[in-house]
Design a protein around this ligand. Structure first.
Ligand SMILES: [Zn+2]
Length: 186
């Protein structure tokens, strides 16, 4: 059981811990308020993407240790680590086969940039566009037009629901948005 927990938690440590350092989130409003679109936000999406990828690599460690435990006769501990980290690697590998990708992607960052560009152009939603990322979608704070239907993933801010509940939630969701969006009728 202990081995299973270690194998399961290891890959999640980078995005759950590294992004929540004090000072890392000074440029953003507190969770769960909307985040205005800016180069900082785009950079944050890329940072989170890197943390998640790092997590896939740290999975190799319990996989290796688990294997060594199995070989060395520590079967109960080894099985748990080996199974849990193997499972994580398999679920991450799904994205290569067209399955769900990591919560933060390069396309997401590029999309944010496109929305900002559009707001600066003649095609903007109103005369004073101020796009912000809410929980369910990206909207303009001035005219509240929906600019993009992407729900907001976890972006590393300290969660308002407290240390333990916040962590539990992150652990379960893996940083993905907890809301499901209805396909819009267009
Ligand atoms: Zn607007």
């Amino acid at each position: 059981m202990g081995g299973f927990l270690i194998g399961h938690l290891m890959p999640r440590v980078p995005f759950m811990v590294l992004s929540r350092r004090p000072g890392f989130n000074k440029r953003f409003p507190e969770h769960p308020h909307p985040i205005p679109l800016s180069p900082h936000l785009t950079q944050r999406v890329l940072h989170m993407r890197r943390f998640h990828r790092l997590g896939t690599w740290t999975t190799l460690l319990p996989l290796l240790i688990g294997y060594m435990c199995l070989v060395g006769g520590q079967a109960p501990l080894g099985y748990g680590m080996f199974l849990a980290s193997g499972w994580t690697i398999l679920s991450r590998a799904q994205s290569l086969l067209g399955g769900p990708t990591l919560p933060c992607t390069l396309e997401m960052a590029q999309n944010l940039q496109l929305i900002m560009n559009r707001c600066d152009s003649d095609d903007s939603c109103c005369s004073t566009p101020s796009p912000e990322w809410r929980i369910e979608d990206i909207r303009c704070a001035s005219c509240s037009e929906k600019l993009e239907g992407t729900p907001r993933p976890d972006l590393g801010r300290n969660r308002q629901d407290g240390f333990f509940r916040g962590w539990l939630r992150l652990w379960i969701s893996d940083g993905r948005p907890m809301v499901m969006t209805e396909p819009s009728e267009k």
